[in-house]
Design a binder for this molecule. Structure first.
Ligand SMILES: *Cc1c(COP(=O)(O)O)cnc(C)c1O
Ligand code: SF4
Length: 341
């Protein structure tokens, strides 16, 4: 009886008020018809079968940056379930990056020297149709659970791990409490000198960068890097995104961007130049431009390598070198991202 009461009191004390971003995430659009109505595109061909395979998910803040009535809007393209996804195309499969073989502990991927990547959660704030994780069996591959013991034990036992990358899913869908718990323990491991977030939330749910999160960041003793994920300049053209990036920059976070080269979204010189210019205007440096991982259901987004290389050659003539992203692909078994040349 006593223990029941104690557990109940513990639960009560753990209850923290729901943050604005959590409410916005809960209210994100999941019904393709609602999205179509919001954009004045009723009656266009959304694929219910594709949405069944990988359901639609998109926050209102992101929808607000789409052009009304434009079926080919580059932001809409990234989230809209289309019949194209149902095509079976040779060479496009279910684990194109070989994640399943690189698990060294619960939720810990150690593929590259000096850095580990933690699959902290399967949750994202948006479902990107081209994502290689659209088939990732998160529930059996054990995202980092509970109190993070397994991941921390692995990091502690491997002194060559200097950088810890929080990925997912999206690590910023975790609560401030969960993140603070982890960073508190990571702070005790002297060989870890950098922490890195891979997150799309500053772009798709910028309210996530709130006072609570900035406190979590301020308490991290290591250098902090955040690799955001924007594919198109239009994703950056919003006051809430500008505020979020400015707050991160002011908190001393090094900001980098990774993008994916996507047919019909950003496969032009103009789109790439505008993306780089707009990123830097908000203090973000372009880092990687990934060619598409060949994941089943995403073939219609693919830009052939030869075309990608030609495109980047022209981009290089339009921008200072530090605004040209590295064109890379993920190759199973390779010790780093592989340059596409
Ligand atoms: C991409 C990736 C990294 C990070 O690679 P960088 O080149 O350092 O950005 C680390 N671990 C895994 C498993 C990755 O897939
Ligand atoms: S992991 Fe990144 S690219 Fe994939 S669905 Fe989530 S936010 Fe989009």
């Amino acid at each position: 009886m006593i223990s029941t009461i104690r557990i109940f009191l513990m639960l009560l004390s753990k209850q923290t008020p729901i943050a604005v971003w959590q409410r916005e995430l809960a209210g994100a659009v999941r019904d393709p018809l609602v999205l179509m109505q919001a954009l004045g595109l009723e009656g266009r061909g959304v694929s219910t079968d594709a949405a069944r395979q990988f359901r639609l998910l998109v926050p209102h803040s992101y929808i607000a940056r789409m052009k009304h009535g434009d079926w080919y809007d580059p932001l809409l393209r990234q989230v809209l379930p289309l019949d194209d996804e149902l095509q079976v195309v040779e060479g496009f499969n279910y684990d194109p990056v070989g994640d399943q073989h690189a698990l060294v502990a619960e939720g810990v991927l150690h593929k590259y020297h000096g850095r580990v990547l933690l699959v902290t959660t399967g949750a994202c704030a948006v479902h990107c149709r081209y994502c290689f994780r659209r088939h990732f069996p998160y529930s059996d591959s054990n995202p980092v659970k509970g109190e993070w013991e397994g991941a921390l034990a692995y990091i502690r036992a491997n002194p060559d791990v200097r950088e810890v990358i929080l990925s997912g899913g999206d690590p910023l869908t975790l609560s401030d409490e969960r993140l603070a718990l982890f960073f508190g323990q990571l702070a005790e491991i002297p060989h870890v000198t950098r922490v890195r977030f891979h997150s799309r939330l500053p772009i798709v749910l910028p309210s996530r960068i709130d006072a609570g999160f900035l406190q979590v960041i301020a308490a991290i003793p290591q250098q902090v890097v955040m690799v955001i994920h924007a594919n198109h300049a239009q994703e950056l053209a919003a006051a809430d995104v500008r505020q979020a990036l400015a707050a991160l920059y002011a908190a001393g976070v090094t900001l980098l961007n990774q993008a994916v080269l996507l047919r019909g979204v950003n496969d032009s010189v103009q789109a790439q130049v505008e993306l780089s210019e707009n990123l830097f205007a908000q203090r973000v440096l372009p880092y990687y431009l990934h060619v598409l991982d060949r994941v089943a259901g995403a073939a219609h987004f693919e830009v052939p390598d030869a075309e990608a290389v030609r495109l980047l050659a022209v981009v290089r003539q339009c921008l200072p070198g530090f605004l040209v992203p590295k064109l890379v692909r993920e190759v199973v078994g390779e010790p780093a991202k592989t340059p596409v040349i």
